[in-house]
Design a protein around this ligand. Structure first.
Ligand code: GLU
Length: 335
């Protein structure tokens, strides 16, 4: 573990964030981008460019077993084809790289070390089945999400005992959630509150399969990369209070959040890579131009009238930050 590199990049990130707006798009290379992913990317890009900020592309290939070979390259290609450009990213480099999570384990280890040192984590040997069984008590409203606290108060001796009983299994590490409410003001969704210990419970920051959890990695990356504005899909709204808790615990500045509506199909369901939602490549093969796709996506949140055809740059020139934000608020409310 290299604590010095971590501290240096922390300082660098702080410095960058103080100087200008820095936004990002952070796709997971688990398959081809569909229109919904692209709309989020376009909105993130617009927010940064409207603020004359720097746009960062980060490849979230943390969950290696789910990564598809060639997917990252393809995502970069599709974004560029659509006219979305970035100032730092996996292919370009930049001052606070590397820009793919798979190469950032040292930073996550350092953060994990800090959290452990402050007594904010505990090892947990529970399997999913254990948790489901313990949590299916009638008072747990969302028993799937809530951790019942089984390993929260085990002392070092008990931990050793359990470890041996479980055949030296590697534990997951959970964050000990304090008993307080997290409230934040989302630029699009408005005021959001979550009582973490009731609605989420102690959450995993390092998984039993040795992978770092998204919740930890995203906080470290956004901070070390000096991100000031996080524009992403509203499906992540429920994760944000956990992340804010981690930002606070580590003494980091909390970025501004913009949770944008998800694109839905005609029956109101969100698009997903798994449903075989139309990929950009398929649309291109059917003759769609970037102007066509950008126009359609911008019209879907009423940034432009239906039927518009324009490049990402032209769209940018038509907008100002206040109109952009207002349209997103309206679009989210309409869902
Ligand atoms: N990698 C996540 C995704 O593709 C996005 C995470 C984030 O923006 O914080 O859904």
């Amino acid at each position: 573990m290299n604590l010095e590199a971590y501290e240096n990049q922390l300082e660098h990130g702080r410095h960058l964030a103080a100087r200008s707006v820095r936004g990002r798009y952070a796709p997971s290379p688990t398959g081809p981008l569909h229109l919904g992913n692209i709309r989020t990317a376009l909105l993130a890009w617009l927010q940064t460019r409207l603020a004359a900020g720097q746009f960062i592309l980060r490849m979230e290939d943390l969950d290696q077993p789910r990564v598809k070979i060639g997917s990252a390259e393809r995502i970069l290609y599709e974004l560029r084809w659509l006219g979305i450009d970035w100032d730092e990213g996996p292919n370009l480099g930049g001052p606070v790289g590397p820009y793919d999570q798979g190469s950032r384990n040292d930073f996550y280890h350092a953060a994990l070390y800090e959290l452990k040192r402050e007594g904010r984590l505990f090892p947990c040997f529970c399997s999913r089945k254990d948790i489901a069984q313990a949590a299916s008590a009638p008072h747990a409203p969302d028993s799937k999400a809530l951790y019942p606290g089984t390993c929260r108060n085990t002392n070092a001796e008990e931990v050793e005992l359990i470890r041996r009983q479980k055949g030296n299994r590697i534990p997951a590490w959970r964050y000990r959630v304090p008993n307080h409410v997290i409230t934040f003001d989302d630029q699009v969704a408005g005021s959001i509150s979550q009582v973490l210990h009731q609605e989420v419970g102690d959450f995993v920051v390092r998984r039993a399969d040795n992978l770092f959890a998204y919740q930890l990695a995203v906080v470290i990356d956004d901070t070390l990369m000096g991100i000031t504005d996080v524009v992403r899909g509203a499906d992540l709204l429920a994760s944000t209070p956990r992340q804010i808790e981690l930002f606070n615990a580590l003494g980091f500045r909390v970025p501004q959040f913009w949770h944008v509506p998800l694109l839905t199909n005609e029956t109101g369901e969100r698009l997903s890579k798994r449903d075989g939602a139309e990929s950009i490549a398929a649309l291109r093969d059917h003759g769609a131009s970037p102007e066509h796709i950008v126009g359609q996506l911008a019209a879907s949140v009423r940034l432009v009238p239906p039927g518009s055809r324009l490049s990402a740059r032209e769209l940018l020139e038509e907008l100002d930050m206040e109109t952009f934000r207002r349209k997103l608020v309206e679009a989210l409310g309409k869902r």
